[in-house]
Ligand binder design. Structure first.
Ligand code: AMP
Ligand code: MG
Length: 327
């Protein structure tokens, strides 16, 4: 899997370069509240670059990405497509708009025995706010995540230009600055065993994870610090790299089913750092069900030693809430 990892790293580095350029061009004062054009350009641009790169290295591997080019191909989107074309050209990738749409549509495949899954920009709200986001790419073989690359442009020091986390199943997790791929180091999850000292991270967006329920859980565990709120799979990276011990994604909407591209890369980065990933019932995430984690409910991530305790508190909070609701 070393070749797969190298190819994935190259692709993700190129994509985060494009995303960083677009994010830097967002002028908070000028951007209209509902203007999602920067995220749209970076989203499609990122998916085009990653799919192009994978098509060259692994032409037979399908890609299951979040986007497709159907709307981009409409004549009224020509301006948008032009802006994406310019972004790619600025990164040395000269292609006509049609070819770019074809690259993006390579990411519209269905899951099978061996495929890549891509979130070209995870945490779009964070991207627009100038906060955390991630480019997440993973290779899934027979329902298991085998390779993961998680580019987190907002983590690390300013000189790092972002951090790129890489993992191969069974071989551990490493991280390198986006600015210096050769300067890599191993990533090891925290060895904290005193749950009261554990640091919790969760989504910034209360619509994506229940902040009320995490508060109940934090109190039950006796956590002494306030939760760290971060967008995207940067939360997985933070637990993997000992910046926190716990990450909870607690369903707000009972109909929502988690998407594989939101968890595949992050989950391997954590498990290969020594951490543990499960759903809110302690069940391992099941990546063999297609585009979603239909057999799982929510996500619980920990440094490892604290996992059982955390899952027990998460499950107890469900019971408390049910009885609070009068069920
Ligand atoms: P975060 O950055 O942690 O807030 O998570 C971002 C991810 O949450 C996005 O990639 C979405 O796929 C996902 N998401 C969108 N709507 C919901 C929802 N109603 N419940 C849970 N997750 C969601
Ligand atoms: Mg996402």
């Amino acid at each position: 899997m070393v070749n797969e990892l190298r190819a994935a790293e190259t692709a993700v580095r190129q994509a985060i370069g494009l995303c960083q350029t677009v994010q830097a061009s967002i002028d908070g004062g000028v951007l209209e509240k509902n203007d999602r054009s920067p995220v749209t350009i970076a989203d499609f641009g990122s998916q085009a670059l990653v799919c192009r790169s994978l098509a060259a290295d692994f032409p037979n591997d399908p890609v299951v990405g979040e986007e497709d080019a159907q709307t981009l191909r409409q004549p009224e989107q020509a301006d948008f497509l032009d802006r994406i074309t310019q972004q790619l050209a600025a990164r040395g990738v000269d292609a006509d708009p049609e070819t770019i749409c074809d690259w993006i549509d390579r990411g519209a495949a269905d899951p099978c025995d061996r495929f890549w899954t891509l979130d070209p920009i995870d945490g779009t709200k964070g991207f627009l706010r100038g906060d955390q986001y991630a480019v997440a790419l993973a290779l899934i073989v027979d329902g298991q995540v085998e390779v993961a690359v998680l580019g987190c442009p907002g983590l690390g020091s300013p000189e790092d230009g972002g951090l790129v986390f890489s993992a191969i199943r069974g071989s551990g997790t490493r991280v390198a600055p986006a600015s210096d791929p050769a300067d890599s180091r191993p990533v090891v999850a925290s060895d904290c065993t005193d749950v009261t000292q554990a640091r919790l991270c969760e989504s910034v967006e209360a619509a994506h994870s229940s902040h009320d329920r995490s508060k109940t859980i934090a109190q039950a565990l006796g956590l002494e610090t306030d939760p760290l709120k971060l967008d995207s799979q940067a939360k997985y990276a933070t637990v993997a790299d000992s910046g926190a011990e716990i990450y909870l994604k607690l369903p707000v909407d009972s109909d929502y089913v988690e998407k594989i591209w939101d968890h595949a890369a992050g989950s391997l980065v954590v498990s290969e750092s020594g951490g543990t990933v499960s759903d809110t019932f302690g069940k391992p995430l099941d990546f063999s069900c297609g585009r979603t984690l239909s057999e799982n409910i929510g996500v619980v991530v920990s440094n490892g030693p604290l996992h059982e305790q955390v899952v027990a508190a998460v499950m107890a909070s469900a019971t408390t809430r049910d009885s609070d609701d009068g069920h």
